[in-house]
Design a protein. Structure first.
Lengths: 541, 377
């Protein structure tokens, strides 16, 4: 179905190759997962399947890509629209029309299908993806999972043989991600569509894949093969695979089910061991932040109601919950960007609404969902200099923090050219320059690969140990399990759970990390904990 | 007995007759409204003009859908009222006192010598005042008619029914209409985020500071959208022969030349004879341009999903609009004094029968057209 014949791609004629010597064949009905760290060329590989690279982006492609016998040399993306359906990373930015039904029809209109055929296919697709209730809804009012399904439906109506998806679940909460993946699973099994997908969150998707392509940092395909074989050695792997490696299981488990078959022995081995308690802050010290029966309205919608929250020095609190549950609203209220209709906000003894400038920055900082929103300057160096001035600290402070957090960022780079992870770390460095007591992060792991995520986890733990308090809103259960002392779950603007991470995340399958699912009822959350416990055992035995 | 039952059931059927809810063809509403506007432009009879406004309001009231864009009618009504007021005020303040019946005497402003010819204030005469009310009403009626179309026909559906050759224009309007709210969202988000760097959220510095990130994200979004449209088959065209392309080009060029030459004759010369020639040439040019559009439209292989069809009610609505326009024009020929109410000296406006009938016909779509669907877009 898809053939890559010794394909190399570069964007600059005399630059270096983004992809080198890719040689592969994907047959009909396969579900192929592309994995690799940020900048390894995953998106380039996906875009070359329908010819967007190089027809749309420019660049040089050597070798040949053939889909269903058509070469992308002679066929532009629009000429392949009936074979390849592409679902981009941000569905909202790629919608052409304004309602669900019209969007589903758009590709077919372009292809010139007969009106009766269009009508039938729209109805079929609405049913197939469970969009019937939403057919007349404006696309902008849909939730994240609904948007993603509408975007899949919009390309599916053309009956493509291949579906290409770029990180379809990275912006979704665990529930919405399940919803989208279940829909895809059905398409592969019922309709025999070939699916090629790139995704960082392997814990969500790897069990669906028939084959995995691992790209190295230099753009070479390291390996192509069955998930179990690839995952046994891959640099990038979900926690369950790491657990399997630590415990020495063969073959490497890639699903919770596989792992639980081996887990008995490990559980017996770990009996009597307990994960180390995360430091409990002193309840008598004054809180860094305190929310008291807080209510926030957006127009007629109540975004938060009767929220009580206390954050102490050294605390890491993870806010979880569906898209739209009020996580971002809570963070923006903490920095005084929103005015509560009732209740009070207190950050280190003052109301953040009343603060501005360096005084605000020294108390509370927020890295927003789009870290790029913070960046205005043309180079990293200029950005750092501006940040020193904003925070009123010695010149060079921010640059030093950037060097510490993201050593590979160069002075002259434009902030827009940084990778997703680098941009987040630069934004974090800018916030840290003023040494705020409370640090908030909104969805920090969106689009981050495992190595960058591990780096972020270490940085956050270090900051908490240095006495900062941290509140992070996240969909990433693994990150929450890794770093958070406490997890607060919001639903519809209310706090529905607030307690130590180990208790909150293990009590619901939706928020439980993989390690906990494998080893329950034992209270282990992360591979690191298990690894240390095993090392202790080895030491004492 | 049986006749009575049948009659009863017939009346019941007539009473319960409600056409199935559907959208009327947007062009039907627009042609109806344009008919009303043309009718309004051919008269200064205040009764007829108010009649046109009333008819438009009645139809909107009965057939307006529950959509946000449909609420614009009251806005148009207010603009219409404002137009009448401004026109009358201008007459009172600056108008020439031609007439014999004084209404009120305002203090006049004496202007310097070099500003002679302009009068401010002074005695207000009834005749020019009435004339200004009628003129204002005429413009108001035209505005209200157009406003009625705007709240009866969905803008998205109007764009869907434009000819294939100018389809791209429709797409860009739709894209812009979804792009703009997103841009506004970006601006407010990025501005609010300036707080996070301890910078002011308002003022000139804030505006210039947010400009760059906003432009960046708008640019990113445009590129994403362009790539998405390309991968979904936008711009696929059928192969055309060179001869075909030549024909289209020639027709368009001829059309433009004809229209230009015709306009020159129409506007540039005084003789009636030349004017008639000009009119003919312009008409020829328009036909030629239309042919080229139709030829160019064949190049596009697009089809339309659920296009609006012309049903009986749609055609009847169009007919009602056209009838009103034609009847008003005829009435102006037959009975000039009835259609243009005299103000020198002031007379009571009459009610020409033909125009009155046209008004009733124009109001019919309020009853025979189907209701708009409840779930709107």
């Amino acid at each position: 179905m898809i053939e890559f014949d010794d394909v190399s791609i570069r964007y600059e004629p005399d630059g270096s190759d983004i992809l080198t010597g890719i040689d592969m064949f994907i047959s009909e009905g396969e579900f192929v997962l592309v994995v690799g760290s940020t900048g390894s060329g995953k998106s380039t590989l996906l875009s070359s399947i329908n010819g967007l690279v190089p027809h749309f982006t420019g660049g040089v492609l050597r070798g040949e890509v053939r889909v269903d016998g058509r070469s992308t040399r002679e066929h532009r993306p629009r000429d392949l629209a009936d074979i390849v359906g592409v679902v981009p990373q941000d569905p909202l930015a790629s919608f052409v029309t304004d309602t669900v039904e019209e969007e589903l029809a758009y590709t077919m209109e372009c292809l010139g299908l007969a009106p009766t055929v269009m009508r039938r296919r729209v109805e079929e697709t609405l049913d197939l993806l469970g969009l019937e209730e939403l057919r007349n809804r404006p696309l902008r009012t849909l939730s994240g999972g609904q948007r993603q399904r509408a975007a899949i439906g919009a390309v599916l109506t053309a009956h493509p043989k291949i579906l290409v998806l770029d990180e379809p679940t990275s912006a979704l909460d665990p529930g919405a991600a399940e919803e989208v993946l279940a829909a895809l699973h059905r398409l592969v099994h019922d309709l025999g569509i070939t699916v090629v997908m790139a995704e960082h969150r392997l814990e969500r998707v790897v069990q669906y894949a028939d084959r995995v392509i691992e790209l190295s940092g230099s753009g070479r395909a390291i390996a192509i093969g069955e998930p179990t074989t690839i995952m046994a050695t891959a640099h990038i792997a979900p926690p369950v695979v790491h657990l399997g490696r630590v415990a020495g299981w063969h073959p490497t488990p890639i699903t919770i089910r596989d792992a639980r078959r081996h887990a008995d022995a490990l559980r017996t081995l770990l009996t009597g061991q307990v994960p180390p308690l995360r430091a409990v802050p002193d309840p008598n010290s004054p809180p860094i932040a305190n929310l008291d029966s807080l209510r926030v309205q957006h127009g007629t919608v109540t975004a938060l109601r009767d929220v009580n929250l206390r954050v102490d020095q050294g605390d890491i609190v993870a806010l979880m919950g569906r898209n739209g549950a009020g996580k971002s609203t809570l963070l923006h209220t903490l920095v005084g960007g929103l005015t509560p209709t009732r209740g009070s906000v207190d950050v280190t003894g003052s109301d953040p609404r009343q603060l501005a400038g360096p005084e605000l920055l020294a108390r509370v900082g927020l890295v927003p969902q789009e870290p790029a929103d913070l960046l205005e300057a043309a180079t990293v160096a200029a950005e750092c200099a501006a940040s020193d001035k904003d925070a009123g600290c010695d010149s060079g402070t921010t640059r030093a923090i950037v060097a510490l957090l993201a050593p590979d960022v160069t002075d002259s780079t434009h902030p827009r050219d940084l990778s997703e992870g680098q941009r987040l770390l630069v934004a974090l460095a800018i916030i840290l320059a003023a040494r705020p007591r409370l640090i908030c992060l909104d969805e920090p792991t969106r689009g981050l690969d495992y190595p960058t995520k591990a780096r972020l986890a270490t940085i956050l733990t270090d900051l908490a140990e240095a006495g900062h308090a941290i509140v992070l809103a996240t969909h990433d259960v693994e990150l929450a399990a890794e770093v958070a002392h406490r997890v607060v779950i919001l639903a519809d603007g209310e706090v529905v759970a607030d307690g130590p991470t180990s208790q909150v995340v293990t009590s619901s399958p939706m928020f439980a990390p993989q390690v906990s699912k494998v080893l329950s009822p034992q209270p282990w959350l992360t591979v690191g904990q298990v690894q240390r416990a095993l090392a202790n055992l080895g030491g004492t035995a | 007995m049986s006749t009575i039952t049948r009659q009863a059931s017939l009346t019941q059927a007539a009473r319960s007759y409600r056409p199935e809810a559907r959208w009327l063809h947007p062009m039907a509403w627009w042609s109806w409204a344009i008919g009303l506007a043309i009718a309004a432009s051919s008269t200064t009879n205040p009764l007829l003009l108010m009649g046109i406004i009333a008819v438009a309001a009645l139809v909107v009231d009965r057939r307006k859908p529950q959509a946000p864009w449909a609420r614009s009618f009251s806005f148009f009504l207010r603009i219409a009222l404002l137009i009448v007021i401004i026109r009358v005020l201008a007459q009172i303040l600056f108008g020439a006192p031609t007439g014999t019946l004084a209404v009120i005497s305002l203090p006049a402003l004496t202007l310097p010598e070099w500003f002679a010819g302009v009068r401010i204030g002074g005695t207000v005469m009834l005749e020019p005042l009435l004339q200004s009310v009628y003129d204002g009403l005429r413009l108001a009626a035209i505005i209200v008619a157009i406003g009625a179309a705007g709240s009866l026909a969905s803008p998205a559906r109007v764009l869907k029914s434009v000819p294939a050759a100018v389809y791209e224009v429709g797409v860009s309007v739709v894209v812009a209409s979804t792009f703009l709210p997103q841009l506004v969202g970006d601006v407010s988000r990025i501005r609010a985020n300036r707080r996070l760097r301890g910078r002011p959220e308002t003022g000139v510095r804030a505006l210039t500071g947010t400009m760059l990130p906003v432009l960046h994200s708008a640019m990113d979004r445009s590129i994403t959208l362009a790539a998405a449209m390309d991968s979904r088959g936008y711009g696929r065209t059928a192969d055309r022969s060179t001869a075909d392309r030549l024909r289209t080009g020639t027709a368009l060029l001829a059309g433009i030349v004809f229209i230009a030459v015709g306009l020159f004759f129409l506007l540039g010369t005084a003789s009636q004879d030349w004017e008639n020639w000009g009119l003919g040439i312009v008409a020829l040019g328009i036909v030629s341009a239309a042919v080229s559009l139709a030829l160019a439209g064949r190049r596009s292989t697009r089809t339309r999903y659920r296009p609006d069809h012309w049903h009986r009610a749609d055609i009847a609505t169009l007919a009602c609009g056209s009838f009103t326009a034609i009847a008003f024009a005829l009435a102006a020929r037959i009975d000039p004094s009835g259609m243009a109410t005299a103000t020198q000296p002031p007379t009571w406006p009459s009610l020409p029968l033909l125009a009155l009938t046209a008004l009733v016909v124009a109001a019919l779509p309020a009853f025979f057209t189907p209701q708009p669907p409840k779930d709107f877009r």
